[in-house]
Design a protein around this ligand. Structure first.
Ligand code: ZN
Length: 92
């Protein structure tokens, strides 16, 4: 069997963290939905013989005292919150 690579990004995590702040409890429903989408993706890919590597390109931190309507989360600093990200390697 010839295998290739698939790269996918679920951008809703970054977008929601920017809007609500990564520490907000309001991000939990989005995270649960993202977990469910990853599970469906993993089930299909692992059954087809793929190895799945899940990694984030960066972390994010809360914006202290954001202006009304402003972003409550951001990234781009050299802080551990922005730079240290999990990596998971899964195979069936
Ligand atoms: Zn971002």
């Amino acid at each position: 069997m010839r295998r290739s690579s698939i790269i996918a990004q679920l951008g809703c995590v970054d977008d929601t963290f920017h809007a609500l702040g990564p520490s907000s409890p309001d991000v939990v429903p989005m995270l649960r939905g993202t977990d469910a989408r990853y599970r469906r993706l993993a089930d299909g890919l692992l059954a087809a013989g793929y190895v799945m590597i899940v990694v984030s390109d960066h972390g994010q931190h809360d914006v202290p005292n954001p202006p009304p309507g402003g972003k409550r989360g951001t990234h781009g600093t050299d802080s551990d919150q922005d730079c240290l990200v999990p990596c998971t390697w899964t195979r069936s």
